[in-house]
Write a protein that binds this ligand. Structure first.
Ligand SMILES: NC(=O)c1ccc[n+]([C@@H]2O[C@H](COP(=O)([O-])OP(=O)(O)OC[C@H]3O[C@@H](n4cnc5c(N)ncnc54)[C@H](O)[C@@H]3O)[C@@H](O)[C@H]2O)c1
Length: 217
């Protein structure tokens, strides 16, 4: 960390910390609604069921420090978390593959509160091209190339069948996409500088089912 307490770009915040930060944000928004102006790390830890030391360490990435006996200012912390996570900026994305999953993501408007806006979706299925879901148009896949030049979008959401995922991902990269949110189970092989976030419900389901089985033994 830098001397100011804020992480510099080159300092990589550990992934588990990053994954926990939205949880703090949602929690703080709730307590703000209830009128809480200041909140301590032990209270946050107690409510979220985690260690206060962990809370302090996690929240330090925002550069905001709690005051002794007062804690954190809720508003300041919310703002700092949103800023750190980029939720208060609009990051535009293209989605490729407007099928079951793609359509659900398009219909889910809450992405906007995460600072993510799907600008357009692309598909090869002529029956889907021309439709609108959640206000987002489904365009012919080949339009990706011409639109990218005009719009300079940096994020690609990949919800195609697995067997075309690598080719589509390469197209996205050739279009200048810098980060791919990969929902397919294809293991993408892309230049190192491309940020790939793989998301799989099946790994969470596996944990849930295993835990359930263990509990029932
Ligand atoms: N991450 C998860 O938890 C999760 C959950 C469900 C599905 N998936 C994965 O998401 C992907 C999509 O699943 P689905 O059920 O929505 O499938 P789907 O068949 O309903 O949708 C896939 C869409 O991609 C389009 N498509 C096919 N080839 C294309 C290409 N070359 N370029 C652009 N579009 C193309 C199809 O026309 C279709 O509309 C699959 O890889 C599936 O394994 C992941």
């Amino acid at each position: 960390m830098s001397e100011t307490g804020k992480y510099k770009t080159k300092d990589r915040v550990p992934e588990p910390t990053l994954k926990r930060l939205p949880g703090y944000l949602y929690y703080l928004e709730q307590v703000k609604e209830e009128g809480t102006i200041n909140i301590s790390a032990p209270t946050i830890g107690k409510d979220l069921g985690c260690d206060p030391t962990q809370v302090v360490k996690d929240l330090a990435v925002t550069g905001v420090k709690g005051k002794p006996r007062v804690g954190y200012n809720t508003y300041e912390l919310i703002h700092a978390l949103e800023d750190f996570l980029g939720f208060n900026r609009i990051n535009e994305a293209f989605l490729v593959g407007a099928g079951n999953l793609g359509a659900a993501l398009m219909a889910y408007q809450e992405h906007q509160s995460l600072g993510l806006r799907i600008l357009a979706a692309f598909d090869v299925d002529s029956k889907k091209i021309g439709q609108t879901i959640g206000g987002i148009h489904i365009l012919e896949y080949n339009k990706l190339f011409s639109l990218y030049d005009r719009l300079n979008v940096k994020i690609g959401i990949l919800t195609t069948p697995n067997h075309v995922a690598q080719d589509v991902a390469e197209d996205l990269v050739n279009c200048g996409i810098k980060a791919i949110w990969n929902f397919t189970s294809a293991k993408l092989s892309l230049p190192e500088e491309i940020i790939v976030q793989n998301t799989s419900m099946s790994s969470y389901a596996a944990v849930l089912l295993r835990r359930l089985n263990d509990a029932e033994k």
